[in-house]
Ligand binder design. Structure first.
Ligand SMILES: Cc1cc2nc3c(=O)[nH]c(=O)nc-3n(C[C@H](O)[C@H](O)[C@H](O)COP(=O)(O)O)c2cc1C
Length: 130
């Protein structure tokens, strides 16, 4: 099994409906592909953690690269894992709507316990941007 964390830049005209549609597609497709994870959106950028079988993740990354709703995908993490950090989450949405000062604390509570400490730090730093 593999885990990937990437960041990307949302399309300039992206709206809430687009994010809902992304989550709908995830709910539709991820269970059959054995993919779990979460998606953080701060209004300008996405950070997504996806984990699951090697082939499922490669296929999803190829789809993501073609998806016009975002661009500039940068992988922050890409490694083999023994067990999932987000086994209960088909694709949990962590939308950052609070002011920056409280975001980090709120997100810290939501992130799963099984997540690597360094990745956790990266995600919390992302939450403080913008
Ligand atoms: C930031 C972002 C994250 C996405 N995450 C997923 C995902 O976890 N699973 C998924 O199936 N599609 C995801 N998508 C959508 C895919 O790029 C693609 O549109 C979708 O898989 C097509 O599904 P469909 O053929 O069922 O409509 C994401 C799109 C964006 C922009």
């Amino acid at each position: 099994m593999r885990q990937i964390v990437y960041i990307s830049t949302a399309a300039p005209d992206l709206g809430r409906d687009d994010v809902s549609q992304v989550l709908d597609a995830s709910a539709r497709n991820n269970p059959g592909r054995g993919i779990t994870g979460f998606l953080v959106y701060n209004g300008q950028n996405f950070l997504q953690l996806i984990e699951g079988p090697e082939e499922s993740l490669s296929n999803l990354m190829a789809e993501l690269a073609r998806d016009p709703r975002h661009s500039g995908i940068v992988r922050l993490e890409d490694h083999a894992i023994g067990q999932r950090a987000c086994s209960d989450w088909v694709m949990k949405s962590l939308v950052l709507t609070d002011d920056i000062a409280t975001r980090e604390a709120n997100l810290a509570k939501l992130l799963p316990a099984g997540i690597d400490q360094q990745i956790r730090r990266t995600i919390l730093n992302f939450a403080a941007l913008n």
